[in-house]
Ligand binder design. Structure first.
Ligand SMILES: Nc1ncnc2c1ncn2[C@@H]1O[C@H](COP(=O)(O)OP(=O)(O)OP(=O)(O)O)[C@@H](O)[C@H]1O
Ligand SMILES: [Mg+2]
Length: 457
């Protein structure tokens, strides 16, 4: 289980920040230790090495960077994720260059930070396993043996060796970020930073400066000079997530970087050249965005050098058993505890569900299930009752009040709920609801009939 991973250490002098980070990590059942300074971190005697460090850059006394140096000197290898305010960017550039895993600016995006922390934990775990001679999957392994996912995997391997721009397309939760990480990890740039930015999570007016930096005083609120993500990624890879949400003004600036590999900071006149590999991703249909004038076609063609389309999970249901096993194994966390198994009938149910949230939804369901079941087998029949079901609520679904459902019933409840909500969202139009769920009208109507007699939820 997640608790068996070594703890996440948060080093930050700001008590509020420590608290909010700790509660974020604890909310997903990670163990957390917080300390207020680098000295305190070094002085603390530890019975186990931290699984990862979430480190503020600008600390009183020893800085985050000094701490990174100290650890390197002592040959202590802990994945480091830097978290920084706005005034300390040049230091962060150094941090990335000396091998920090990831870099976030405050205010951070919770989901992305959690992903980075989980990946860091898995990475130190993998490293431990390799030392012990175990052969586990690394955190960048793309699981699945369907023809569709194998094709994705081949494209990843092929393009990783090059410097080509990659455009990753796929619905939410299909593994776009995983594919981006995997390309970076397999590329000759893997020893250099992978800098991610979620274009949808940043205020449109700030994205240009976030990407390219700004000079002090270039706009109201620009109190310090700021180095952008492109500079931070120099020598490495930049991952532009949710590229379909990029505002028009920033699209022009990005186009120029892709064409000329150079840019200027906002309000600056110095031309900066960088060597950065670009990977972009979106769940939007960019061709329609071009048609309705919200995405530039010239930028699209610059990005679409090597497209990778990740099919939704419902089109590769044969991957579900392997994915479930993978998530359960990840969850067991190499504790030596037996990895739980799932009975065939449950798998069948899981394979029938349409997984609108794709692999993330499957992962959530599997993990909550594992948490709820504690030491029980994941063979859900009679034994699986009150304990497991409340955890089996997929994101966005209404929690069901009935805690006596077993997994199959629960998935059915989810399905029913989803159908009802989609019908409402589609204004009662069956064809539209079917389209939204990625089903043909016939299968949708069958499901509608199946659930119509019930009045629950
Ligand atoms: N083929 C796969 N094998 C193993 N894990 C996977 C696979 N695909 C996705 N995952 C896991 O599922 C979760 C969701 O994947 P990811 O974040 O990459 O999706 P995404 O397409 O970026 O989603 P979104 O559009 O919502 O940002 C992650 O934890 C990821 O590691
Ligand atoms: Mg993503």
């Amino acid at each position: 289980m997640t608790e068996t991973y070594p703890a996440v250490y948060v080093v930050d002098d700001d008590a509020l920040m420590r608290e909010s980070l700790a509660s974020l990590f604890r909310s997903v059942r990670l163990r957390v230790v917080t300390v207020a300074s680098a000295q305190e971190f070094l002085a603390r005697s530890r019975t186990e090495e931290p699984g990862c460090l979430v480190l503020d850059v600008l600390l009183p006394g020893l800085t985050g960077l000094d701490l990174q140096d100290e650890l390197a000197k002592a040959n202590v290898q802990i994945p480091i994720i830097f978290l920084t305010g706005h005034g300390d960017i040049p230091m962060s550039v150094r941090a990335m260059k000396s091998g920090a895993l990831e870099f976030f600016t405050k205010p951070y995006d919770e989901e992305s930070l959690l992903t980075a922390v989980r990946q860091a934990l898995a990475r130190s775990h993998d490293a431990g396993d390799q030392q012990r001679g175990g052969g586990r999957h690394s955190s960048e392994t793309i699981i699945g043996s369907s023809t569709a996912i194998k094709a994705v995997d081949r494209r990843v391997t092929t393009v990783a060796r090059t410097d080509s721009t990659v455009l990753i397309l796929g619905e939410t939760g299909t593994g776009k970020e995983l594919v981006a990480r995997s390309i970076h990890a397999l590329s000759p740039r893997s020893g250099r930073p992978l800098v991610s930015i979620n274009c949808a999570a940043i205020q449109p007016s700030l994205i240009t400066s976030e990407l390219f930096g700004h000079e002090k005083g270039s706009f109201t609120g620009a109190l310090h000079q700021r180095v952008g993500r492109f500079e931070l990624a120099d020598g490495g890879t930049i991952f532009l997530d949710e590229i379909g949400d990029l505002p028009a003004e920033t699209q022009v600036a990005l186009l120029r970087v892709l064409q000329e590999r150079e840019f200027q900071r906002v309000g600056g006149n110095k031309t900066i050249r960088v060597d950065v590999r670009v990977i972009a991703a979106t769940n939007r249909h960019l061709k329609s965005a071009i048609a309705d004038g919200t995405f530039r076609s010239d930028l699209y063609y610059r990005l679409n050098v090597f497209p990778i389309h990740i099919p939704p999970l419902r089109e590769r249901r044969e991957d579900i058993p392997q994915l479930v096993e993978h998530f359960l194994r990840m969850h067991a966390g190499g504790t030596g505890k037996p990895v739980r198994s799932v009975d065939a009938k449950t798998l069948e149910t899981l394979q029938r569900y349409s997984w609108p949230g794709n692999i993330r939804e499957l992962q959530n369901v599997t993990e909550r299930w594992a948490i709820g079941l504690e030491d029980e087998e994941l063979a859900v029949d009679e034994t699986t009752t009150a304990a497991a079901s409340p955890h089996l609520v997929a994101p966005g679904a209404e929690p069901t009040a009935d805690v006596t459902l077993n997994l199959r019933e629960h998935v059915a409840a989810l399905e029913r709920n989803l159908i009802q909500r989609t019908m409402i969202a589609a204004g009662g139009n069956q064809s539209e609801a079917a389209r939204r769920l990625g089903l043909n009208r016939g299968s949708f109507i069958k499901l509608l009939k199946k659930y119509r007699p019930t009045t629950t939820a």
